[in-house]
Design a protein around this ligand. Sequence first.
Ligand code: URA
Length: 207
Amino acid sequence: MLTVIDHPLVQHKLTLMRKKDTTTGDFRRLAREISLLLGYEVLRDLPLETITIETPLETMEAVQVQGKKLCFISILRAGEGILDGILDLVPSARIGHIGLYRDPETHEPVEYYFKVPEALEERLCVVVDPMLATGHSAAAAVTKLKEAGAKQIKLVCLIAAPEGVAAFEAVHADVPVYTAALDRQLDEHAYIRPGLGDAGDRLFGTK
Ligand code: URA
């Protein structure tokens, strides 16, 4: 299921990110700010449990997030740009990394790194990757996570292409996808249009 998070601040910040003259520093800061706002929505249904605590004045029943610590999985390298914002919300979350690059000829994902926390089956895994373009990298990453035991997975991106959403959902219909925008289309180079260009290059100031 696709959810477009149309909060006015998310949309405003995304417009700033799309502008070609936005500097690397501003782009990075905006990515962090948007991902915090996206994370707030994505984690809205976290289950709670009641515990007994002592305030300075009395004993009370209070709530806390239930179960094992959350796990954020960053798809390298652009995932790093939206990891920090979501991590601001849950600083104690565990973090995993999946290294995939897109073969320039076939546009298929090639894995070069996989390191994730233990007991994935007991955690909510939130996968972050700014651009859901062909959907192949995200689908490959989620397949690997399922093979490693993950049972509850969500995918968060900044911009999705209709083709990417369809390809991802064809393989992982059970994994909800959250995005700040659903753009028009993929072009012949597998860039999202209108998009924001190469998210990794814009985050890290490379070319
Ligand atoms: N990856 C990006 O960084 N941008 C796109 O438009 C597509 C894939």
